[in-house]
Write a protein that binds this ligand. Structure first.
Ligand code: RM4
Ligand code: MN
Length: 385
């Protein structure tokens, strides 16, 4: 139990700045009271999640959504709040120029602009002390024949190589894949294999990030996790939950069993060890639920799945597997999954000097009432702002 608690205490779950802003769907973005008006206020909200869970010490930024004049000052503000700046997420999907793609666009001018943005993100890493750049490209085509699929791979490789060359000591980039959307016929980085192939060619500072919502229904994500970890190419996760497509719901909400299976492969592959460097990031939007509690619940869901994964009796499992005892092995697995780990986590939080139930503690803190009263006027942060 001591080992399990130590592993849970050491696991850091990163929250995304965009989770604290208003969001919705392409049909409607819903405004909530108390929503941050700038990146400084987003960090303040993220610090609350860390204050009540004790395991969310970093916040991912999205550029230009979190553009500020002085990034070193933003990082200082974060430190004062007890958190740090996590991954810098680039955004090459919201400019008119990117209608036909960004780094894979047929025009050299647009490709230059997109790559320059990625390089600017590395400058921001330097200024904030962030060690991770996260690259997601919406690039792709909607119609057969629209552009040359292979040439687009060449353009992608050129841009990635330039950004890779700009990375400093101790910095890395994570390449994210997504099956479809917004491109519907052929996406340029649609799957882990494509991301992996580019990363292998580039070297050790390039790794793959698995966004749990970016797969076809029925995909065995834990297999991908096991494979990438074995190859030293699992850079991290963008956690969220999906029923149908890229739903961006709270991780563990739709399928907590899948999350457990993923976390088991992480544990099995040494992904919880600090030196492996697997980043556990959330990439979610809270469209209809309150945002700070939504993040707290998500962090708790990841912790619960991790605790269950750590509870798997690996010796008993290996023995059953070696014996060819199919049902025995499955029972060992399910025993761990069916264990109620909430008391264990409550105990751990008390040992960390925290309230045993972060949800109630936050609700009682009065923070929401305070931000709802204070944050009047100005423009609330929202998707695309
Ligand atoms: C994308 C992708 C990226 C995230 C944006 C907001 O679908 O998942 O990781 O930065 O959404
Ligand atoms: Mn993502």
């Amino acid at each position: 139990m001591t080992d399990i608690k130590a592993a849970l205490r050491a696991q850091h779950i990163e929250t995304p700045s965009w989770a604290y802003g208003n969001s919705g769907t392409r049909f409607k973005v819903f405004a909530q009271r108390g929503v941050p008006r700038d990146p400084y206020e987003k960090l303040a909200d993220a610090a609350q999640v860390h204050a009540y869970t004790g395991v969310a010490p970093t916040v991912a930024l999205h550029i230009p959504w979190d553009k500020v004049d002085d990034y070193a000052d933003l990082a200082r503000h974060a430190r004062e709040l007890g958190v740090g700046i996590g991954a810098i997420n680039s955004n090459v999907f919201q400019d008119d120029d990117y209608m036909l793609g960004s780094v894979t666009h047929p025009s050299a001018r647009v490709r230059r602009k997109a790559t320059d943005h990625l390089l600017e993100c590395v400058d921001i890493m330097d200024a904030t002390g962030s060690d991770t750049l996260k690259l997601w490209f919406s690039d792709g085509i909607n119609y057969p024949g629209q552009d040359d699929i292979r040439a687009r791979q060449d353009r992608l490789a050129d841009s990635l190589a330039e950004v890779y060359g700009r990375l400093g000591e101790g910095q890395r980039f994570l390449l994210e894949y997504k099956l479809f959307e917004p491109a519907f016929y052929a996406t340029d980085v649609p799957d882990w294999g494509t991301a992996y192939a580019h990363c292998v060619k580039l070297g050790p500072k390039a790794q793959v990030v698995v966004d749990t919502g970016h797969h076809a229904p029925g995909t065995n994500i834990e297999f991908i996790v096991a494979f990438l970890l074995r190859e030293g190419k699992l850079g991290g996760f963008d956690f969220n939950s999906r029923f149908y497509a890229d739903d961006d719901l709270m991780v563990g909400a739709a399928d907590p069993f899948q999350l457990f299976r993923i976390m088991f492969e992480v544990v099995r592959g040494g992904g919880l060890d600090a030196e492996t460097g697997v980043a556990f990031m959330l990439d979610q939007c809270h469209n209809i639920e309150p945002k700070i509690p939504g993040q707290i619940r998500s962090v708790m869901n990841v912790q619960e799945a991790t605790a269950k994964a750590l509870l798997v009796d690996r010796d008993a499992l290996a023995a059953a597997q070696t014996e060819g005892d199919v049902l025995g092995a499955n029972a060992v697995f399910m025993d761990a999954y069916n264990t109620d780990v909430r008391p264990l986590l409550a105990e751990l939080r008390e040992e960390m000097g925290l309230a045993p139930d972060p949800m109630t503690a936050y609700a009682k803190s009065g923070y929401f009432e305070k931000i709802a009263a204070d944050r009047v006027g100005g423009t609330q942060a929202g998707w695309g702002a």
